[in-house]
Ligand binder design. Sequence first.
Ligand SMILES: Nc1ncnc2c1ncn2[C@@H]1O[C@H](COP(=O)(O)OP(=O)(O)OP(=O)(O)O)[C@@H](O)[C@H]1O
Length: 298
Amino acid sequence: MNAQLAPAAVDTTSPLSVAGLRHSYPDGEVLRGVDLALAPGSVLGLIGRNGAGKSTLIRAMLGLLEPAAGEARVFGQPALRMDDQAKARLAYVPQQPEALGWLTATQLLDYVGRFYPGWDARFAGKTLERWKIPPNKLLAKLSPGERQRVDLIRALASQPELLVLDEPAAALDPVARRELLREVALRAGESGTTVLFSTHIVSDLERIASDIAFLHEGKLLLHCAADDTKERFARLWLPAAMSAAAPAAALSRRRHEDGSLSLVVERDERGQWPEASRLTGARVDALGLEDLFVEVAE
Ligand SMILES: Nc1ncnc2c1ncn2[C@@H]1O[C@H](COP(=O)(O)OP(=O)(O)OP(=O)(O)O)[C@@H](O)[C@H]1O
């Protein structure tokens, strides 16, 4: 478990990792020192509010953007200088579909399939049908959801070892979203595919993520096993008279109109809640993932 991660050296055994990543746009700093390494076969859900920097982080992790500082590695290689073999082992679906609007879905899939040794043409054909994509319509004329589904089919049919999806559910209806999540979970379970997906839909995380990373104001606030969150974090409520006893280390702190305090707290290394929770009148409430996200992101 890592809350407020300390800077780390890049992990060369991880399929995808970054250390000390910083990046700024003219409007200001977006990533302020991110360290993150995916375990092989894990499904990491990257969550954060709109504009938190998720897409920027993903692009930097894949070498599509040169960060101001820090290092990203894919299969142990520097992301900015990945060789073709490494590129063929990964699939990335960006939030915005790539151009190529003059091709039909069938043409696109036939074309890109040639570049991947493990291309599963049968899966591509069957899924086009199952996901009801008009195979012979120009991509430019498809709806955003249909277009996104073509990109997802393209990513999955290449049978990647590493699958990176930036807001994969953004343009999908609930049925398509559920199908996609099922497919991703299947890949991770059966083929050991390592998956990174960004989202702000907490229920998607709960469905398939083995790990979650929470990006907030350019930093990773949490990075832990998804199942751990209920055990490790809670909301501590202290009446006004006890607010001076509030622990200094809290992931969030909110003062109510009556002077009472709500804090998101974490168990210490001995598994104990902060001392203030044992004061008479203090209350510790369990926090679901959605509550945790809302409390900390506010
Ligand atoms: N090319 C760019 N030039 C300037 N600013 C940018 C650029 N790309 C992103 N930004 C800014 O950087 C911040 C982070 O953007 P980013 O797209 O990485 O966030 P995000 O977490 O993926 O957001 P969302 O959930 O809304 O997709 C935003 O404030 C955005 O306006």
